[in-house]
Write a new protein. Structure first.
Length: 188
């Protein structure tokens, strides 16, 4: 990665049950590129990660509660996956509103694996091409998206990938899209 995102603040929205590597790998990629990752969550203190959705992972401190977070203070948004995490976030009104605000502002958003569920809830996938964990393909198509089975897909500032196996490509694109900044086609 050659893009320098020094000083750019990247919100990572997640809660308990996040797939650990889908948090830690992009987080490190952002730091390596000079960015400032910020953990945003509906939870007040810490979130607990999972590995493969079933095994306990580590705990991570929350920097900002989503109920008081403001998308204007961030340059881009990362949505890690994990079934439990993604299912919880899509039912949290503050998390959905925070996500939608990035689209309304034209800011880059990167979602991997099951995180695409919150994109459906935020009503930002219609007419967009994206990928996700394969089990979400029908959900995304029903919401009006063009689902494709590819390692990484970028559609006007929206970066999506399928699974942890795609993290190298996902990380590179999320940094690149953050470096590029706002996209006129990134709309809610």
């Amino acid at each position: 990665m050659t893009e320098d995102i020094t000083g750019k603040r990247i919100a990572f929205l997640l809660t308990d049950g996040v797939e650990e590597v889908e948090l830690t790998s992009p987080w490190q990629a952002v730091k390596d590129a000079g960015g400032i990752p910020v953990l945003v969550s509906p939870k007040p203190d810490t979130v607990t990660a999972n590995n493969h959705d079933t095994e306990a992972g580590g705990s991570y401190p929350v920097d900002v509660r989503v109920s008081i977070a403001n998308a204007e203070e961030y340059d881009s948004l990362v949505l890690p996956g994990g079934v439990v995490n993604a299912d919880s976030l899509r039912t949290d009104k503050d998390s959905v509103a925070f996500t939608k605000a990035f689209f309304e502002a034209g800011k880059p958003v990167a979602a991997i694996c099951h995180a695409a569920w919150i994109l459906i809830e935020a009503a930002v996938v219609e007419g967009r091409e994206l990928t996700s964990y394969p089990s979400l393909a029908t959900d995304l198509r029903n919401a009006g998206a063009r689902w494709v089975d590819e390692e990484v897909v970028v559609d006007n500032g929206l970066t999506t990938s399928r699974s942890p196996a795609d993290l190298p490509a996902f990380n590179a694109k999320l940094v690149e899209e953050t470096w590029e900044g706002k996209h006129s086609g990134q709309t809610a």
